[in-house]
Structures are given as C-alpha cells and as structure tokens.
Design a protein around this ligand. Sequence first.
Ligand code: 13P
Length: 249
Amino acid sequence: MKPLLALNWKLQKGPAEALSWSKSLLEKLPSNLAADLAIMSPTISLSAVSGVLLGSKVAFGAQDVSAQGKGAFTGETAAAWLLELGCKFAVIGHSERREYHGETDFIANAKVKATQAAGLTPILCVGEKLEVREAGNAESFTVGQLEVALNGVEVNADDSLVIAYEPIWAIGTGKTATPDDAENMGNAIRAFLDGKYGAASAHIRILYGGSVKPDNIKALCARSNVDGALVGGASLELDSVLGMLNALA
Ligand code: 13P
C-alpha cells in the first residue's frame, strides 16, 4: 500500500471554503500521487467536498461518527450517511474528542465497529500525554488504548482499519516526535497488531500525527511502520499539502 496522507481540517473550512479549496486542489494536484490523499472535513462541509471530489483520486471522510445507526441521538451523524456522501474514512477517538467530549476507548471501540459495519474505514487515533511519555510508559499506554478500542474488531482486507499514533504533546505544538520516536511506537503498535491479527496486520496502515509539515514528513514516513501521516495545521494551505506530496515523491 502507498503511504496515506490524511488531512484533518478540524474546526476549519465551512462549506463555501471547503468547496473552493477542493476545486483548487484538483486543479493543482500532480497526475501521479506519491501517497493516497484524503481530506477529513467538518461534517457540515462534507456535501461540498463530495460535490467536487467524488470520483476523483482524492478520498474524503469525517472527523467523528456516531456509534449508533439511527434513533434519538441528537446531534449525531450515522456512518451509513457518511457512506451515502461518498466518504471512505471516519476519524475515531481523536485526542481532541477524548479531551473535550469525554470519549473513551470503549466509545472508540463502538464507533470503530459501527464504522466498519457501514463499509467505511476507521482511522483510530491513539497516543499519550507528555507525563506518560516522561514516566517511560508511552508504549504500554498506547498499546493499552488499542487493546480496548480494538476489542472484537476484525481486519480482513486493505483499509479495514487505519491506526493513527498522535502523541498529544506533539499536536499543534510544533514539537514533532523524532523519526526514532515515531518508528519505535510504530514498531510497538505493529507488534501488537501482528499478535492480534497475524498476517492480516499487513492490511493496516499506521500513521504518525503531530506537527507534520512539508519539511519533516519525508524523514518520518521513511521509517518502518510509519505508513503515512495525519496532518492538522499543515493541511489547511494548499501549498503546504502540495509540498508534503512532493516531499513523499
Ligand atoms: P497538527 O498537525 O496541527 O499538530 O495536528 C495533528 C492532529 O491532531 C491531526 O489529527
């Protein structure tokens, strides 16, 4: 599988801006992409993004999804409706959802299952706070998150599942993990996935996220078990997205 460059716009780009940005992206995109490219748009902007990108080589998805299919769940978005718009991915368990919305690994587990059941690819986010890393527990903490969030989750084909390792201390701080940090955690996650899924582990891409930008993406993604990136701040400007694609070429 190619590396995956997943752009997490977070709470940026409403429908009008998402529409014009997506159009400009298609105009400027090189014909041969060194990575699979996907935009994680605000839910409200997904229709606009879909109107431009559906059927193109750029995939798209949501930043969150409901664990429920239907019913009295005010404010939620069902995975099946994301599929209806042409989404391929849903981000689950992002640290900002955990921090500001009380999401737990148990909730992430239910969302991963609902997402897969609808035919979408979950991008499950895990990663430790600074104090956990400083106490030397980063790997056991992160693998512990996976144990719960992947309980009963199956993997049988490419893109059944993507894991994003996002150390919280590196998100939006300009403090990128070193390529060694990213690789060491990638290896620990892969060892867990190999143990759980055997040969099917090869279907799962492990992304790194946290202050990724054009001038560090190549060194990070050159490492084993760093199969792409989940990018926040540097995903907002077209030039920087083109710069990251260029760096991966
Ligand atoms: P930054 O790239 O802005 O550090 O954000 C990372 C992130 O949270 C992507 O999901």
